[in-house]
Design a protein around this ligand. Structure first.
Ligand code: 3H9
Length: 719
């Protein structure tokens, strides 16, 4: 096997460059671990070597952590614990070398990669946007397993370490320097030279690495440097995790436990607790689903969006956006961040100015969080230009229409703008429900028309659903997909149908929640049952957020398309008629104060509902089963009808678009975890009670008969 480490000697300093052959990123494989061990032995035995610099030969990664593919082969907690122990031992060896090791970090330094850097005596990071440091293990349902839970708090302080480990957050180089995670920040061009110089100075003892956490402030020191204060920090952290995870994610608790063991029982006990917890987490069901989501989103990064052969996407030099409302401005705000000049069109200057102000607000938020500088803010905002007459649209490679959800309005806009566009321009509608085929009916170039369904708020939501009709040209599809990725979105491509994938499955779920209200369930019981299942908010709260009027309109479109199965609940119909709109109108199923903050249930809404104020107690398990299986069955139908290209897209779309609990992997993974046969039985039983609503999808019945799954039971989930 070709070596991943190369050695270069510069006046007594050994520069070790990690460059995994044939791999896009550096990751800690078994072979790399063995090579590291041999290299450490060799270096420490070489009296000519006075210091070491650890660098990367990859352009964008320093070291991306443990090889996640290796986790798939772990069968038992014991095996995973052994993997952690061997990682710990290797880094203990690195830390105890009697020659100084300097980490010269450029690019992603993640998980086991950051743990490697933590075991070095000195860390220098390049001041570059590609340089990010994180311990993202908790996001994979794991905990840092190569000493990260012990070394990080010692280096940067308990509270900051807890924040990094529990949130999996990426820390940029500048911030890493401010918090003392790295000792120096330098321009990428001089990183190697400075690292060699620092290794030499450390060897000469004219420089020392950091010894205690930096700039924690008096309160930080007071809390963290005594057992009582730390107990308080741990208690608060645990409460925070409980509130966020509803007990569904064991990994953050396991990480807390390992960190606490290190403080209370000493280093050895801390490392042991870390290895044990890593072992348990690595074979947990939650971790398997989260690791699946990593592979699924990574695979989507490479998917051009059409089945082979894929044409080259067109470069989006200028983006035209029609409609400067919340969605239009949101799309503009992410586009300018990627350097795309945007023409934002609306019917009058007031609306246009409001749209530009909304773009400015998103960018200001980034300045505040120190994600961009004031200068970058100015540059990005200057890319957003407004118009009331489509000026500049002739230059646009891509036009996104984000006007009100009304077919005749969408037709009018398309007719108006199409003659002004370049023939190859792609025209996308940001509709959430109206079939693209209907919108394209009035197009003279229907091959250029597709849907780009962004989620709200655009700058926060990770998913983009691209919708294609049988007439959409593939070069238009790949252009929309490639541009969506450039905006940082995870993109799924679905075939056109009413409600596409996400809106349709979400509606099935919300409708069932509404029917539970028809039967007398209490609003908060329905919401609580589903947050307990793992949704971030309950369906009734979500309806208030999305807008009850919007929910009503969507319901109508889907009812017309699919009939009784998708009929809105009586409760929703009545509340729509009453004029309540939810949070935006400060009147919905819940009460809102003037600032729009949600308070308790608005009991007066019950007067509108079929059963009035008399509410009945319904079993939370039944609530969960009915709402979730309505959603899952609809997802299965989408696969069966070819709306979805794969179960993978259905799972990623549900998790990142509509809040399906990540630890359950998505609707298809959920079916696999229960077994298709059991899901058929449960649906059948529900269908007996509510005829026509829960008829099991054909694709599910076929899987159950053949005793098959959607994904392989073992090995890589996406072979
Ligand atoms: C850990 O470290 C545990 C330790 O604490 C303890 C151990 C005992 N493993 O995303 P991309 C592959 S847990 C395996 O398209 P980008 C990826 O699958 C680990 N494979 O590129 C893809 O493969 P393919 C903690 C990995 O530039 C290819 O590299 N680390 C790994 O958009 C390109 O990836 C993480 O969670 C890996 N660790 O983004 C980091 N990393 O070409 C996970 C990448 O066959 N990785 N690959 O499809 C990332 O976040 C991003 O991949 C990264 C690059 C930012 C590095």
């Amino acid at each position: 096997m070709t070596a991943a480490l190369t050695l270069e000697h510069v006046d007594g300093i050994a520069v070790v460059t990690i460059d995994l052959p044939g791999e896009p990123v550096n990751k800690v494989t078994a072979a790399l671990r063995a090579e590291f061990a041999a290299t450490f032995d060799r270096l420490s035995a070489d009296s000519a070597v006075r210091g070491v610099v650890l660098a990367s030969g990859k352009p964008d990664t320093w070291l991306a952590g443990a090889d996640i593919d290796e986790f798939l082969t772990l069968q038992t907690a014991g095996e995973a614990e052994a993997l952690s122990r061997s990682g710990q031992a290797l880094l203990a060896r690195l830390e105890s070398l009697d020659i100084p090791v300097v980490a010269a970090i450029h690019g992603a330094c993640l998980g086991g990669g950051l743990e490697t850097a933590l075991a070095c005596r000195y860390r220098i990071a390049s001041d570059h946007p590609k340089t990010v440091l994180a311990l993202p293990e908790v996001q994979l349902g794991l905990i840092p397993g190569a000493g990260g839970t012990q070394r990080l708090p010692r280096l940067i302080g308990l509270q900051r370490a807890l924040d990094m480990i529990l949130s999996s957050r990426n820390v940029r180089a500048r911030k890493a320097y401010q918090m003392g995670l790295v000792d120096e920040l330098v321009h990428p061009a001089i990183l190697a030279d400075v690292a060699i110089d620092r290794a030499r100075k450390l060897a000469d003892k004219t420089l020392v690495g950091r010894r205690s956490p930096k700039d924690r402030g008096a309160a930080g020191v007071l809390l963290e440097d005594n057992p009582l204060g730390r107990a308080l920090v741990f208690r608060k952290a645990r409460e925070g995790v409980e509130e966020k995870t509803h007990g569904h994610y064991p990994a953050p608790f396991a990480a807390l436990q390992a960190i606490q063991a290190g403080y209370e029982k000493g280093h050895d006990a801390g490392y042991q607790a870390e290895a044990r917890a890593f072992g348990e987490m690595a074979v947990s069901e939650e971790s398997k689903q989260l690791v699946f989501l990593f592979f699924a989103t990574t695979a989507l990064k490479k998917d051009p969006g059409v089945d082979e052969p894929a044409p080259e996407p067109h470069e989006v030099d200028t983006l035209g956006i029609i409609g400067a409302g919340f969605m239009g401005a949101g799309i503009a705000s992410v586009a300018v961040q990627q350097g795309t000049p945007v023409r934002l069109k609306d019917t009058d200057t007031t609306r246009v100015s409001r749209g530009i102000a909304a773009v400015s607000e998103v960018l200001r938020g980034r300045v505040k969080k120190k994600q961009i500088t004031r200068l970058q803010y100015d540059d990005q905002l200057s890319l957003a230009g407004g118009t009331v007459d489509y000026a500049g649209f002739g230059r646009a490679t891509l036009v996104i229409e984000a006007v009100f959800e009304d077919l005749s309005l969408k037709h009018r806009v398309l007719r108006e703008v199409e003659p002004l566009l370049a023939p190859a321009a792609v025209y996308a509608s940001n509709t959430s429900t109206i079939p693209i085929t209907r919108i394209a009916e009035v197009a003279s170039r229907p091959g250029r028309v597709l849907g780009m369904h962004f989620f709200s708020p655009v700058h926060k939501m990770p998913l983009l659903e691209v919708i294609v009709t049988p007439r959409t040209n593939s070069d238009a599809t790949v252009t929309a997909v490639a541009y969506g990725k450039r905006l940082g979105k995870t993109v799924i491509v679905v075939n056109d149908a009413p409600g596409f994938y996400t809106t349709r499955t979400l509606s099935a779920y919300m409708n069932e929640a509404g029917r539970l209200l028809d039967e007398g369930a209490a609003i908060e019981s329905v919401d609580a049952a589903l947050t307990t299942f793992g949704f971030p908010v309950g369906p009734i709260t979500l309806l208030d957020e999305v807008g009850i009027d919007v929910g009503g309109k969507v319901g109508q479109v889907l009812y017309e398309a699919f009939g009784e199965r998708m009929a809105s609940s009586e409760s929703l119909r009545r509340v729509v008629e009453s004029g309540r709109t939810g949070r935006k109108g400060k009147k919905g199923f819940y009460q809102y104060d003037d600032a729009g903050t949600k308070n308790g249930v608005d009991f007066s809404v019950y007067e509108l509902l079929p059963n009035g104020a008399a509410r009945v107690e319904l079993d939370p398990v039944e609530i969960q089963q009915r709402c979730v299986l309505a959603m899952v069955n609809e997802a299965l139908r989408c696969l069966e009808e070819g709306v979805l290209r794969s179960p993978r897209d259905g799972d990623v779309g549900a998790v990142f678009g509509i809040g399906f609990p990540p630890f359950r992997g998505g609707p298809f993974r959920y079916v696999d975890s229960l077994g298709a046969g059991r899901v058929v039985d449960e649906l059948q039983a529900l269908n007996d009670r509510f005829p026509g609503r829960f008829e099991p999808a054909g694709v599910l019945v076929a899987k159950a008969r053949a005793r098959e799954r959607f994904y392989p039971a073992h090995g890589h989930p996406l072979p």
